[in-house]
Unconditional design. Structure first.
Length: 223
């Protein structure tokens, strides 16, 4: 529920690599007197700085950032002991990332193809310290917990990848070369090659061309 008009508005930080998306979300939020956009950025490092400086109540975070990743940002904010509550707003299907972001420390996940009013509902729920997921995803997680399975035991082979391997896999599918991925994630090209090797082992893939085809197919199927 919206706050009483005498209370200070809740502060919202937007972290997304698309300027038009940030602008549209900021406009949507500005229509609600109890919500205030206190900052926006496309960069992981700047997001960390803005959280320290502006003290947002909620950070709305995309998975893909201009530098780094939303998943990394969530983990770093939790490691630093920041009290900001986090909601992921992404173009990727909820089934792919929801469990990963919850494990990292976010309170919710909403896809960008949902009605724009839903993002405000999601923000309000996270402000209350509650989990925000679709009914279908909530049921899926409850069934998984009831059955005693965890991420990595799914029938989807890609779920056996670590969070960082999964990010690199996504970048490969989007056509980025090793050096580009290294720059985005602020690691060495050698580290990316190590991730490539591990992914091929886990996915039972023999060469880099097959890894690229697998990653490309994943991206095409899940956008």
């Amino acid at each position: 529920m919206p706050r009483n008009s005498t209370e200070k508005p809740s502060r919202i930080l937007i972290v997304d690599d698309h300027p038009a998306v940030r602008e549209a979300l900021a406009l949507r939020i500005s229509r609600h007197a109890d919500l205030l956009v206190c900052g926006e950025t496309a960069e992981l490092a700047e997001a960390l700085q803005l959280v320290s400086e502006t003290k947002p109540d909620v950070a709305v975070i995309d998975i893909g950032l201009r530098t780094g990743s939303g998943l990394d940002l969530i983990k770093q904010l939790k490691a630093r002991g920041e009290t900001v509550r986090m909601l992921v707003w992404s173009m990727y299907q909820e089934s792919l990332y929801a469990e990963r972001v919850l494990q990292a420390g976010a309170l919710g996940y909403i896809t960008k193809d949902q009605a724009t009013d839903q993002i405000v509902n999601a923000i309000r729920r996270v402000l209350e310290g509650k989990i925000y997921l679709s009914e279908a995803m909530t049921e899926k997680l409850l069934i998984r917990i009831h059955g005693g399975t965890t991420l990595g035991q799914s029938s989807r082979p890609e779920e056996c990848l670590s969070d960082r391997e999964f990010e690199v896999f996504q970048f490969i599918g989007n056509g980025l070369e090793t050096q580009e991925i290294a720059t985005r994630l602020n690691v060495s090209p050698k580290t990316i090659e190590t991730y490539r090797f591990r992914m091929k082992e886990k996915l039972h893939i023999s060469d880099s061309k097959e890894l690229y085809r697998r990653a490309l197919r994943w991206v095409e199927e899940n956008h």
